[in-house]
Design a binder for this molecule. Structure first.
Ligand code: ADP
Length: 165
């Protein structure tokens, strides 16, 4: 009998995707049969996004095109509900600093109550990306900082355009 594929969901707002996200997605793709990058369509936590969901998805699709077991989707429900619907047993998240830990620890306790069958897996940020966030990137780009080593090339170009508006 062929075992069920091991599916993981990597949720986030990805506004926009950074090389830190791509690093986590790539490492998840090495550990699971299938990885679904799930882009939050509407988040209660965050304000309006700079890029709409379709554009955020397209950036991730292009940046992960070389990874055959990675796909991209959007969702606007609880992460655990989305994971269950897609048959995923794991939610994979990147951890940068203590501040990420506190937030993720709390979210994990809540998610665990809702869905004890979906496990959260935390992957440590690679040192070169451990300071990198989407909000930091937008701020750097606004003030003309060099972000070329931190985001996919296409994202760097679109950021310049979007912020010039
Ligand atoms: P951000 O916090 O940058 O707005 P998201 O909400 O899009 O990011 O985050 C999606 C996931 O990616 C979260 O688990 C977050 O902790 C993780 N992540 C974001 N940036 C990095 C990074 N530079 N290295 C590792 N993980 C990261």
């Amino acid at each position: 009998m062929v075992p069920d594929p091991r599916i993981a969901v990597c949720p986030g707002s990805y506004d926009p995707v950074t090389l830190g996200h791509v690093d986590i997605i790539t490492r998840a793709a090495g550990m699971f049969d299938e990885v679904i990058v799930a882009v939050v369509n509407a988040s209660v936590r965050k304000n309006k996004t700079l890029f709409d969901a379709d554009e955020r998805m397209a950036f991730i699709e292009h940046a992960t095109a070389h990874l055959p077991n990675v796909s991209v989707d959007t969702f606007d429900t609880l992460v655990v509900e989305y994971a269950r619907r897609r048959g995923a047993k794991a939610i994979v998240k990147g951890l940068r600093a203590i501040s990420d830990f506190e937030y993720e620890f709390e979210m994990n306790q809540l998610n665990r109550r809702l869905a004890p069958d979906v496990e959260s897996v935390f992957v440590m940020a690679s040192p070169q990306y451990s300071f990198l966030s989407s909000s930091g990137i937008k701020e750097m780009a606004t003030f003309g900082g060099d972000i070329r080593d931190l985001v996919p090339e296409e994202v760097a170009e679109r950021l310049q355009e979007a912020l010039a508006r």
